[in-house]
Write a protein that binds this ligand. Structure first.
Ligand code: SD4
Length: 291
């Protein structure tokens, strides 16, 4: 069995191509890296890679992560500027014996040394969004950072290896240096080839409080189907946040186990995800929130 699952509709083209690669015997690593890079490189996806929305200083700061479910190695970059494919930097960092998570200037220095492509990631289109949002925030009293779409993926190859990876520009109008859940193991992603993997999108500050990706993998390890594990983790934690803090931020997660079974859960309206497996042609699903 092989398969790949990803947050949001924007991942469809990438996972379609990844499914072909997996069918032809590619590794989970090569397929997922290609699929995430496809999202990073596409200028019109506003929350990932090139064209990603800037922080409050109008700078595009990117977070990305990589986890290998076989040896549990992790690599991550946070608040990195001016590099085209943060996911590939995270992949390489996962192969280092130590220093696996680098932030800001240190991450940029490493990427430069290792020969990664430098690129100005701020597009004219993103600048227009920034100015429009600033106006909207003032006129409509919106939260500056409502609206965000991190790409997170989990895949399984025909050898039984699994990988999880994420990439994001984080919350629109975030404070400079702010890091969300996406590069944080257990929160934005987690995978163990002996069980399965999960990845998250939503309000990083709240996703981190529940370590929800790890929680879903833990529940799958206890025998829950990915769908049950996602629903239990998201619904239970949504209730905890509402009970303790009066409200819960956006929490949306997808998961796949090492048999290629998959699931998802959300506490928002309009979450979409894309999945392709040996038995499921590449499809986008729109998920409703059942309270
Ligand atoms: C973050 N979780 O930086 C990310 C944002 C996100 O869909 O998922 N957007 O908090």
């Amino acid at each position: 069995m092989y398969g790949i699952i990803a947050t949001w509709r924007m991942a469809l083209e990438g996972i379609t191509e990844a499914e072909h690669m997996l069918k032809d015997g590619a590794t989970a690593s090569d397929a997922i890296e290609m699929a995430i890079r496809a999202v990073e490189d596409f200028e019109y996806y506003k929350s990932v890679g090139y064209g990603g929305l800037p922080n409050e200083d109008m700078e595009v700061e990117l977070d990305a992560a990589w986890m290998d479910g076989d040896d549990l190695s992790i690599g991550a970059v946070a608040s990195i500027k001016d590099f085209a494919n943060p996911v590939s930097i995270a992949r390489l960092l996962s192969r280092e014996p130590v220093n696996n998570m680098l932030v800001g200037a240190g991450a940029e220095k490493y990427a430069h040394k290792m020969g990664f492509e430098r690129k100005n990631m701020l597009t004219e289109r993103a600048k227009i969004h920034y100015h429009n949002r600033k106006k909207e925030v003032q006129e409509l009293e919106l939260k500056p950072y409502s609206g965000h779409d991190t790409v997170g993926m989990v895949d399984l190859d025909s050898q039984g290896s699994m990988v999880a990876a994420t990439s994001t520009s984080g919350l629109f109008m975030k404070r400079a240096g702010r890091v969300g859940d996406s590069p944080i193991s257990g929160s934005g992603f987690y995978v163990d080839s002996a069980i399965g993997g999960a990845t998250a999108t939503g309000l990083g500050e709240d996703l981190m409080k529940g370590c929800l990706s790890y929680e879903i993998v833990r529940l799958m390890g206890e025998g829950l189907h990915p769908q049950e594990a996602c629903e239990k983790a998201v619904q239970d934690f949504d209730k905890v946040l509402k009970a303790r803090r009066g409200k819960a931020g956006d929490l949306s997660l997808v998961a796949m186990n090492n048999k290629g079974e998959w699931g998802c859960a959300t506490n928002i309206e309009g979450f979409s995800f894309a999945v392709a497996t040996e038995t499921q042609e590449p499809t986008v699903f729109l998920v409703k929130f059942d309270e």
